[in-house]
Design a protein around this ligand. Structure first.
Ligand code: SF4
Ligand SMILES: [Zn+2]
Ligand SMILES: [Zn+2]
Length: 308
């Protein structure tokens, strides 16, 4: 198959538009789309210091690489990388190695912080062999630790590697759980004190294209999956959406398009709560104690939480 823009062989077909692209045109198109998202949504202002959440997997590696390229000319903007080591045996060792290599290749400051050092327990110990709700614990603790680290390192924004697949999965998961209030919080209207604002520059790009961008740029050595990934509702929703996207290209983008129309009335109905400070750790939260401290308390008391 030939590239739709030149005579070279295509390496990808963008099924929604039926456009075929060679490697050079794909890389160019990818970077232009990320730049467009950054500009359209005014994600990067003047004099920003951006913490890039770098797990060392394909999405976050692509994010760091593409941001370093796009923001190269912006002398008033600085980026650095933060890797959270959750303590998942056989998975994190490899991705932390990849993250260190990439941060050094790109030439940015890099901090690696672990659940074990901060909370006293790694994820494997928290789950304790029971394999219940690992993603719930992992997500809550990672978000909290990322926010704390970003603040300590003086970040004005946190950039995460969420792509279009992640966004569509999150919307659908909340519909499936009937959690409309949580859906309303997906697109917060205002920044909250103590919470470093988040940006998702890859949110309009399909996961397969993010993976391809990582691959053609040689950004990670081995493809390793988290051993807990298939235990979550997200894993099921992901498989279902991937099948639908093959049958009907553009489905993931349609989910987000529809959700954007809903988000305004949802935001009017569910007003963004004012955050207070956790009485235990001082992090922003709704109520007296933050979710991370609540979960940590339950782990210590030997209880489990419901899977998400
Ligand atoms: S799949 Fe779940 S447990 Fe594994 S890294 Fe992701 S959120 Fe954490
Ligand atoms: Zn081409
Ligand atoms: Zn707390």
């Amino acid at each position: 198959m030939k590239c739709s823009l030149c005579d070279r062989a295509a390496i990808v077909t963008q099924r929604a538009s039926m456009r075929h692209l060679c490697q050079d045109h794909f890389v160019e198109d990818f970077q232009a789309r990320v730049k467009d998202t950054l500009n359209r949504e005014r994600m990067v202002g003047d004099n920003e210091r951006i913490a890039v959440a770098l797990s060392g997997g394909k999405d976050s590696s692509a994010l760091l690489f593409v941001l370093a390229k796009i923001l190269e000319e912006r002398k008033d903007v600085e980026i650095f990388a933060v890797t959270i080591d959750e303590g998942i045996e056989g998975y994190r060792e490899e991705t932390v190695r990849s993250a260190k290599k990439l941060a050094s290749d790109v030439g940015v400051e890099h901090a690696v912080v672990s659940f074990k050092d901060h909370f006293g327990l790694g994820l494997d110990e928290i789950i304790g062999g029971k394999k219940e709700a690992p993603c719930t614990y992992c997500g809550v603790f990672r978000k909290a630790l990322l926010n704390m680290t970003a603040k300590e390192m003086g970040a004005s924004k946190v950039a995460t590697g969420h792509d279009l697949d992640d966004e569509a999965q999150t919307v659908l998961m909340n519909y499936l759980k009937g959690d409309i209030e949580r859906l309303a919080r997906l697109y917060p209207r205002k920044t909250q004190q103590g919470l470093v604002p988040r940006i998702k520059p890859l949110k309009e790009i399909l996961e397969r294209e993010v993976a391809l961008y990582s691959m053609v740029n040689g950004l990670y050595s081995k493809m390793v999956d988290c051993p807990y990934a298939q235990l979550s509702l997200r894993g099921d929703v992901r498989n279902m959406l991937n099948e639908l996207e093959v049958e009907c290209p553009g489905t993931k983008a349609s989910i987000i398009r529809g959700f954007k129309k809903l988000s305004e009335p949802l935001n009017r109905k569910y007003l963004q709560a004012e955050l207070s400070r956790c009485i235990s750790c001082g992090e922003p939260c709704i109520g007296e104690t933050c979710k991370a401290c609540q979960l940590l308390g339950r782990v210590r008391a030997g209880l489990n939480v419901q899977a998400q």
